[in-house]
Design a protein. Structure first.
Length: 584
């Protein structure tokens, strides 16, 4: 059987939707059977070679993935996207959802980094408002005599890339130090801006941006910090959050110890798994003074992320999706208290259709890294500027992030080498063509501190310019004991003659072990969602030699693709939670 190669049309598809992981040509099962050995380590290819339908234009505003995510406002997103996914709105009117508008978005903000690269991405800024107005004071929040106005108690920025391959939710500590710009004053009661201007302030807490300047001021601050284009805003208060949790019948959490907060009192009276109602859940996600944790706002953020993950798993288990009464009650609870901008029913329906296959292990929660508290007596959390920039560059340019789960599909990735520069210059993504001309090997440097690991402890997918080379390399690796995943392997042209073992942040030693078995191979940090290591065979035409790999524990002399000047690596101590994590 003749194996088709990547075409210009395929390239256009990948560029149109940035679906870089959807376009590699698969080897049909019959062709595979004719060429591969009977090695039990090789996993069989599945199905016929098929390409996804051609999108007519980049994916536009869609919402369903974010709906599977985030704390107070995320519960709502879940409800609406669930309704959209089932094609029924249970009598909920457009007015209920779209009639809660507030001016928040700044779509032409010069702080947005590389807008063209973000085309098709959906970014939701979700906030839980710390207000004592109305019935919020009855929920243990105090009253307006204790705290006036409304602060953003919880701030989470959710990114859904154009490929819809993952969801990343970034939590901002409420005391994060920022330079707040001059903003029109905001009235949290009337939800209106005045003509009076709140002066700019340096070394301010991020939650004060919402208190003084409302949603628009906070969006401006977040866009300056992140470079992301916020195209959706949703805000919810204490009362709305509590009502939403009750509407879904409570949410299960797990703790290894009872939790007592010095300000709020008992949060969890016992350890172990337990279901919290709305009022209890509010205390659980608000508590910041729990001595047993000793982590202040970071312990609270971690609890929020685990709470959202639990809610997410509950929603996707169909307990909520299949219950029209709960869905309707959830949406009604949300629309009663929420304020929004850039949220339209038609857009939600479209996004729902593009996100139906998302699973919990493709949802990652990350906390903004800091370097400690300020020394000016304000106890602000000082951001790790390089780390913050690296996180959001990784999001903008689809770079792999720590803690991401494996792929939920068998689709393989097209080879897309890229670099991220902090000089303001747009990053580049190398594309494939029907007659690619491979370039020279990339500049490398010695890889420090890498050691061989057992070949049985990780998976390898092989990408090669032809099916013949693919199977020869896969068979040779299999004979050396490597676990070659043929369901994710495929044919694609590389832009270099070099053979590269690409790795995610957790798989550097595994990639070096693969490289030790292929003389001349180099390693590179990159996107590998379908296997632990992606071996990209260079387009030089020769079949690389495969030898016995280094023994486990042995030091490896390997070469690593050199970072471009200005590139910032992700911090190694990031606080990350995966949506599928069920540990207590």
């Amino acid at each position: 059987m003749r194996i088709p190669d990547l075409s210009d049309e395929t390239t256009r598809r990948r560029l149109a939707a940035k679906a870089a992981r959807a376009n590699r040509i698969r080897i049909p099962e019959r062709a595979a059977a004719a060429e591969r050995s009977s090695s039990s380590i090789l996993r069989p290819l599945s199905g016929k070679a098929e390409l996804p339908p051609v999108p007519s234009k980049p994916a536009r505003a869609r919402w369903e993935a974010a709906s599977r995510l985030v704390a107070r406002a995320a519960v709502v997103l879940l409800a609406v996207s669930s309704l959209a996914a089932t094609g029924a709105f249970w009598g909920v009117s457009r007015g209920a959802l779209e009639g809660k508008g507030v001016l928040a978005l700044l779509l032409n903000d010069p702080n947005i980094k590389d807008p063209g690269q973000q085309q098709g991405d959906e970014n939701f800024l979700l906030i839980g408002a710390d207000t004592r107005e109305g019935d919020n004071g009855k929920l243990g929040a105090g009253d307006v005599n204790d705290v006036e106005g409304s602060r953003s108690d919880t701030i989470i920025l959710v990114n859904i890339p154009a490929s819809r391959a993952r969801v990343v939710a970034v939590s901002f500590p409420r005391d994060l130090q920022v330079d707040r710009p001059a903003c029109a004053k905001w009235n949290s009661t009337t939800k209106q801006y005045s003509k009076e201007i709140q002066p700019a302030e340096t070394h301010s807490k991020i939650n004060s941006a919402y208190m003084y300047g409302g949603p628009r001021c906070l969006v401006q601050v977040v866009q300056k910090l992140s470079g992301l284009k916020v195209n959706h805003f949703i805000g919810e208060d204490f009362e709305g959050f509590s009502k939403m949790v009750d509407a879904v019948g409570g949410v299960q959490v797990c703790s290894t110890k009872p939790l007592y907060d010095d300000e709020l009192g008992t949060v969890l009276a016992k350890s172990g798994s337990q279901t919290l109602d709305g009022a209890q859940a509010l205390q659980y996600v608000r508590a910041r003074q729990i001595e047993a944790e000793g982590t202040g706002d970071y312990g609270r953020i971690k609890r929020q992320q685990r709470f959202i993950s639990s809610l997410l798993r509950s929603m996707l288990s169909q307990k909520i999706l299949a219950n029209p009464t709960k869905l309707n009650g959830l949406l009604e609870a949300f629309t009663d208290r929420a304020v929004m901008d850039g949220v339209k029913v038609d857009d939600l329906l479209k996004l729902a259709q593009s996100m139906q296959s998302i699973q919990t292990n493709k949802v990652t929660f990350i906390t903004i890294p800091t370097t400690g508290t300020s020394e000016d007596g304000m106890n602000n959390e000082v951001p790790n500027d390089d780390g913050v920039r690296a996180i959001f560059d990784a999001i903008i340019y689809d770079k792999p992030l720590p803690g991401e789960g494996g792929s939920n599909t068998s689709s393989a990735s097209v080879v897309t080498p890229w670099t991220v520069e902090t000089t303001g210059k747009p990053a580049t993504k190398t594309t494939t063509s029907s007659t690619p001309q491979p370039g020279p090997p990339p500049e490398t440097q010695p890889a420090e501190g890498v050691k061989a690991v057992s070949v049985k402890g990780f998976t390898v997918q092989v990408v090669a310019p032809t099916s013949t080379i693919l199977y020869k390399v896969a068979m040779a690796l299999s004979k050396q004991g490597f676990k070659v995943d043929m369901t994710s392997s495929g044919v694609a042209h590389s832009d270099t003659v070099a053979t590269i073992a690409r790795f995610s942040p957790e798989s550097r030693d595994a990639a070096a072990t693969v490289a030790s078995a292929i003389p001349g191979a180099i390693i590179e940090l990159g996107s590998t969602p379908d296997a632990d290591v992606e071996l990209v065979v260079g387009s030089g035409g020769d079949v690389p030699t495969v030898v016995e790999p280094a023994a486990p524990g042995a030091g490896i002399v390997a070469n690593e693709v050199k970072a471009v000047d200005g590139v910032v690596r992700l911090p190694e101590n990031l606080t990350v939670t995966n949506g599928a994590d069920t540990t207590c």
